[in-house]
Design a protein around this ligand. Sequence first.
Ligand SMILES: NC(=O)c1ccc[n+]([C@@H]2O[C@H](COP(=O)([O-])OP(=O)(O)OC[C@H]3O[C@@H](n4cnc5c(N)ncnc54)[C@H](OP(=O)(O)O)[C@@H]3O)[C@@H](O)[C@H]2O)c1
Length: 352
Amino acid sequence: MTTRNLWRMSSAGSLERLERRTEELPPPRAGEARVRVQAIGLNFADIFACLGLYSATPRGTFVPGLECAGVVEAIGPPREDEGSSGSALSPGEPVMVLTRFGAYATALNAESRYLAPIPDGWTMAEGAAYPVQSLTAWYGLMHLGALAPGQVALLHSAAGGVGLHALAMARATGATVIGTVGQADKIPLLEARGLARGQVVVRKAKGFGAQLDVALAAVDATGFDVVLDAIAGPFFLPALARLAPEGRHVLYGAADFMPKGRHPDWLRLAWQYLRRPRLDPMKLMDTNRSVMGFNLIWLFDRADRLPAAMSAALALSPAPPHIGARFPFDEVPEALRALQSGRTMGKIVIEV
Ligand SMILES: NC(=O)c1ccc[n+]([C@@H]2O[C@H](COP(=O)([O-])OP(=O)(O)OC[C@H]3O[C@@H](n4cnc5c(N)ncnc54)[C@H](OP(=O)(O)O)[C@@H]3O)[C@@H](O)[C@H]2O)c1
């Protein structure tokens, strides 16, 4: 047994249920490694999980967190299918960790299959910031979206964690990008990443379609080949209507549903749900357009595909991720509220 500090939810439903505790951690089981955590990456999904709005969240008590980075401290016995040589990891190795919950802790046992070496020269914070958002960007934009050179991509929340990876991947592919943001103070970051002022749209719920028409004209295009959309709400249909023939609208989140407070306003959510965008599949056929959706948590069941996905993401977005803010371990609730505000850029990292 080893002692660890962690942030535990008694059950999903309110951010107020997040409680700091000290607990014992049993030795790693077969196929697991114990990692002493030095940095934790926050994801928008963490907030949805704490609020009870994420279907993959465990029932009852749970420790949030989908990724972290640290040093391998102990290795469990080999899994049956690993053979006698066991894990390729050795104690002392710096690793980034993907975990199906449990990352808000100073130590954790994680399946060795979900550990990857931190690229040379990266800090622990950069390692903790990388896996979820880069894999999400790669899976949505490149794998499902099949973005190709010369095509035009619309990237929502382009200054966010996933958004900056998607931008790097689109540029590496030779595609033209139009990025959307919620506030104008995010524009300089996108300009520094190569977008011209006319390629950034500060979204307005009313008149969003007209904003897209202006942006398309600025890049001399008539429609989007790929839309990467984790907002949905009033922005979904105007973007879908501007897909070029063969265009792919990839939906992978619903930030518009994010409650403003510490717990969900169920009445507002019900109203938003009733007013959610609907589409007619027959029209997709008529117009040669596709709508796709995905949840990365599905990849946890396909660990065999993770190494190739990670290599592909790293090849297209090889720079260490942009860390927008760092918080100490004591301030996890404050860090989550910053992310929930929608005003952050890049990744928020907890440093242990
Ligand atoms: N399907 C999956 O497997 C998967 C995996 C990872 C992430 N995601 C989704 O991808 C999106 C990006 O995730 P991330 O972790 O990289 O976060 P992020 O983009 O760094 O932060 C979320 C962003 O959402 C935007 N937003 C739009 N409406 C909002 C609202 N009502 N309240 C708060 N923010 C709002 C804000 O940026 P702007 O206002 O500038 O747009 C905000 O900064 C999230 O929606 C997340 O749920 C999905």
